[in-house]
Design a protein around this ligand. Structure first.
Ligand SMILES: Nc1ncnc2c1ncn2[C@@H]1O[C@H](COP(=O)(O)OP(=O)(O)OP(=O)(O)O)[C@@H](O)[C@H]1O
Length: 319
């Protein structure tokens, strides 16, 4: 990838509020046509970083370039090309969905077709419904529509799918993928590991103001060092000694229902355990499944390792 393709370049950025450091040596790039997800526990610095990237916050040291310009200095270039998902408060509640999107479209030189955006968001039935009469999930989709209607080169979304039902989430993922496929760059923050795994091309994990990992979600999931979990169901009272002898008592967890026992076994060699179960394990083991490390496992590893023990302080006025 050449530097020219990098839409976002963040280089050794540091930011403090008073003597409290909230971003420390943060560096990364995001390419054109890429979806980058920012993951981090509460207070990790995600919003501060997103706001700095769209020029709404200054940084202490380091540089940020978005589409080749300094976002804090060249606000016009940023506002015309970067869409930020607005807050609900910015909706005019007496306007209908179509009126609202037409209004946002009027701010741009070459906006998308409003009815097309409405259809992509799955809001066709609500086209003539006023904003104040929409459900929470519909409002959220409309807000994202206001960001998309200007056909931006880059989109910044803060927890875009929070509060959406599974079907709306799926539709939103499709919309976000579409904008990526059309060549836009998407930067989003999320607390939802499934969303990050499914949607993001790469994920940055921010803990206590530092990026501790940045890679494809499947690569990060594999970095989780813990064992796989092999699960199966056996009849109540089944003899599990051959399993316990092979992996040790501590690795075996049994939860019993009225009719059967679900057994979970942690192991570094799931293949060997599956062979054991197939050829010489407890009789009638069924519903066998193997789960490997997930992005969430690795995320929790990093948080445990790097999160300071003290709780974050409340916000001051250090903007
Ligand atoms: N204006 C401010 N003045 C002082 N401290 C601030 C200010 N804004 C944020 N902070 C502090 O900076 C740290 C990072 O906050 P930020 O909102 O960027 O985290 P976040 O990762 O977005 O958290 P969340 O997931 O809870 O939204 C927090 O400890 C927060 O209290």
């Amino acid at each position: 990838m050449t530097a020219a393709e990098n839409v976002i370049v963040v280089d050794t950025v540091t930011k403090s509020y008073g003597d409290r450091r909230v971003l420390a040596d943060v560096s990364f790039t995001v390419a054109r046509g890429e979806i980058l997800g920012l993951l981090g526990p509460n207070g990790a610095g995600k919003s501060t970083l997103l706001e700095a990237i769209v020029g709404l916050r200054s940084v202490g040291s380091g540089t940020i370039r978005v589409l080749g310009v300094d976002p804090a200095r060249d606000r016009d270039a940023i506002t015309s090309q970067v869409a930020v998902q607005p807050q609900a408060a910015s909706l005019l509640e007496t306007l209908t969905v179509r009126e609202m999107l037409r209004l946002y479209a009027s701010f741009h030189r070459a906006p998308a077709e409003v009815d097309d955006v409405i259809a992509r968001l799955g809001l066709t039935e609500q086209t003539d419904v006023r904003a104040r009469d929409l459900s929470g999930g519909q409002v959220r989709r409309l807000l994202i529509g206001t960001a998309l209607v200007g056909r931006p080169s880059m989109v910044v979304l803060d927890e875009p799918s929070a509060g959406l039902d599974p079907q709306s989430k799926r539709r939103l993922f499709d919309v976000i993928r579409d904008i990526r496929d059309e060549g836009a760059t998407v930067l989003l923050s999320t607390h939802d590991m499934a969303e990050a795994t499914e949607l993001c091309d790469r994920v940055a994990i921010l803990v206590a103001g530092r990026i501790h990992a940045l890679d494809r979600p499947d690569v990060l999931a594999e970095r989780h060092s813990a064992d796989s979990v092999v699960s199966f169901v056996v009849p109540l009272g089944a003899d599990l000694s051959v399993v316990a002898d092979s992996v040790g008592d501590d690795a075996v967890t049994v939860s019993e229902t009225a009719t059967a026992a679900r057994v979970s076994v942690r192991t570094g060699d799931p293949d060997a355990l599956v062979r054991l179960l197939t050829f010489s394990g407890p009789a009638r083991a069924r519903r066998l499944s193997v789960t490997n490390g997930t992005l969430e496992d690795y995320f929790l590893d990093l948080v445990t390792e790097h999160q300071p023990a003290t709780a974050p302080t409340t916000r001051g006025d250090g903007r």
